[in-house]
Structure formats: C-alpha cells, structure tokens
Design a protein. Structure first.
Length: 379
C-alpha cells in the first residue's frame, strides 16, 4: 500500500506488488487536493492513512474501500504504530490511542514534543522526542523513565531481538546521524553505536534478527550486521534525500522498498538479486512434487516397517530359538537415505552455485534402487 508520502495532489493510495511495484488497484482517500500523506500503517485488517492536517482515512484492506475517517488532531501527526488491534498516534503534544477497525478513540494523554513511537510490550510505550530523549510510559499514561538518547530529534525507534544479546533490544535513529542500540527492558545507556550516515537518520528497518537497514537524508541506505556491529554495504540508488524504508516478504527474497524526496520508489531484493518472477509457477510445481515424494516415501517406509515387524513376530512364534535380527528391508534403508538427502534440498537454488548454501538434488544423489512406479516420480 503506497500513498504520495511527501507529494502533493489528490491523495490516491495505490496497492502494488511487493516484488515489482506494479499497481494492482487504487483507493481515493481525501478530497482536499492540497493534502499531504505523512504516515500509513496497517492494523488488524485496516490501513490507516494519515494526512498532514491531522486526519486519518481508514481503509478496509480486503475490499479496498474507505470505511470511515477520524480527526486525530489539528496538529501534525508525528508518529504512528500499532499493537494488538490498537493504533497509537503521536501529535506535537500528545499520545492518542484508537481502535484499529473502527477509529473509536480509546484514551489519550499529554506528552511534550514526541517525534517517534514504539510499543515495547502491552504495558510499555516508548516515545522519542525533539529534545533527544527517550521516554517510557505505562498504558495509563504514567511516565516510568526517561533517558538521554541523542543530541537532537529521535527520528526512528524499532524493537529487535539480536541472537548474540539477551532479551529484547531497542534501536534508535536520530537527527544527529547516529544509530544506537539499547539492551534490556529499561536501559540507562546505549550498548553500541553505529555510524555510517552524514545526515539525519529517517527510518530503520529490521530485515532479520541480525540485519538492519537504515536510510538518511544523505540519500544512502546502509546495511548493518547487528551481531558484528558493522556496516556490510551501502545502497546509493537515490539521488535525493531518503524519507522512508518499508520491508516486504516475497516468496524467495526479503524485499525492501525505499522512498526518496525526488518521489522515486525503488524496490530492492536483498538476497542476491530479485529473481525471475516468471519462474514462480515452475518453482511452486517443484515444491508440490517434492512434497508428494516425501509423503509417499513416509507412507512406504511405514508400510515396510510394519511388514518387517509382522515377519519378525511370525518368525518368533514359529521357533523357540532366538532368531538372529533380520536386516532391515532394503527399500526402507534406501528411503531413509533419500529422505536425508531431500531434507536439505532447496528447489530454488541454482545447481553448483558458490553463492548458495544449498545445491539442487541430482539423480546421482538418490539410491541406485528403482523407485516404485506408483509413486509417479523418478530419481
């Protein structure tokens, strides 16, 4: 879902394919031709589109139709996030909570100059401020703690789980161009700082537990290894300052969209390159074939083991001597070998490529014994 963030003109939200940016549908939101869209967030089946004049248009995602609109504030909305079907919005002087599906106001409280917001837990809300502070609130609006995080605006806050660290971590980006990592429920000081931008950080995206992307008004996207705490690359496609990053999961890759002040939208494929999407049907058929083969192998293995067990039982009844253990049926051994191989197969990888940790299963990897014809597959 994309709106004209930072652009002028009649507000139309477009629904696009994550991998290519192709427009699938459009939805009109606001009647005022001068309206800017400043934020957009998904909540419990509804898309909240926030305008520069403090209004929210609520669109039902399944039908792509506007259900209602809400006046959040006469002040600009500075941040928005969601948790458990509730929308949390910050204005220049308050935090407001709304029911995601209906827009019904739940509660609000005064907060001085919030610039960003994140939900740490159902009972903890974290806000960043123009003063550079981070403030922790409970769900009743009581201030729990405040710490100095940046020398100026806290522009972005995300919650992450980093494998090498205990518990949940918070990552903040600031107008001072710094990115800081905070460990624990209510930390006193940052545990690490990442420096790679020369202008205010505008957006942070957690692409995986160990991969972070950040964008800045310097026009760069920087990728960070959160375990090694270092930059692993930069993307410089945009000629103008960047204002937002959005992650999207595709079938093969993690896909990320970036938006610049030049109104450009760039789609990034973060594992190798964006794949040939015309091959999706072929790849899906390979998955189905592999699934059928695995199911058939398990069923045949079960039947083989049952038959072998019955044979041993019959043999023990027919003789008083203790029989020597009979060897497992050859077909069972072969099936186990095949299953061990199949469990490591990635049908999307290219055979023998050094860039992939997987390789495609070849004919020679299967046992030499013929696969029963009724399986409908060949080695």
């Amino acid at each position: 879902w994309v709106a004209g963030i930072g652009g002028r003109g009649r507000c139309v939200v477009s629904v696009r394919k994550p991998q290519t940016g192709e427009v699938l549908d459009t939805v009109s939101c606001f009647d005022n031709d001068e309206t800017k869209v400043t934020h957009m967030e998904y909540c419990d089946g509804y898309v909240w589109v926030i305008s520069s004049d403090g209004r929210a248009s609520i669109i039902k995602a399944s039908t792509k139709s506007q259900t209602t609109s809400v006046i959040i504030s006469a002040e600009p909305v500075t941040g928005i996030t969601t948790h458990a079907a509730i929308v949390y919005a910050t204005t220049t002087s308050s935090i407001k909570l709304y029911e995601g599906a209906t827009g019904r106001s739940l509660r609000w409280w005064s907060v001085p100059s919030p610039t960003s917001i994140a939900i740490i837990s159902p009972s903890r809300i974290l806000t960043g401020h123009a003063s550079g502070e981070l403030k922790y609130w409970d769900d009743s609006g009581n201030l729990i703690k405040e710490i100095e995080a940046h020398s100026s605006d806290v522009t972005s806050i995300i919650k992450v789980t980093i494998p090498s660290r205990v518990g949940t971590s918070i990552i903040t980006g600031g107008a001072d161009s710094a990115i800081r990592i905070w460990d624990g429920a209510e930390p006193q000081s940052p545990s690490a700082e990442l420096r790679g931008h020369s202008a205010p950080v505008k957006s942070l995206v957690n692409l995986s537990n160990s991969l972070l992307a950040s964008c800045s008004l310097d026009g760069r996207i920087v990728l960070w290894d959160l375990q090694a705490l270092k930059s692993i690359g930069a993307l410089d496609q945009h000629a103008q300052p960047l204002v937002n990053l959005i992650p999207a999961q595709s079938m093969l890759n993690t896909v990320m969209w970036s938006f610049g002040k030049d109104t450009s939208l760039t789609v990034w494929g973060l594992r190798h390159t964006i794949p040939d999407f015309g091959r999706f049907e072929e790849m899906a058929q390979e998955l189905v074939k592999k699934d059928r083969m695995l199911r058939a192998a398990h069923e045949e293995l079960e039947r083989s083991e049952i038959a072998h067990s019955h044979a041993l039982s019959k043999q023990s009844r027919s003789t008083s001597a203790t029989p020597a253990p009979a060897p497992a049926p050859p077909i069972a051994n072969d099936l186990l070998t095949a299953l061990n191989h199949l469990s490591t197969v990635n049908p999307f990888s290219s055979p023998g490529t050094a860039s992939s940790p997987f390789t495609r299963l070849s004919k020679g990897d299967l046992p030499p014994r013929d696969v029963p014809a009724e399986w409908g597959v060949t080695p």
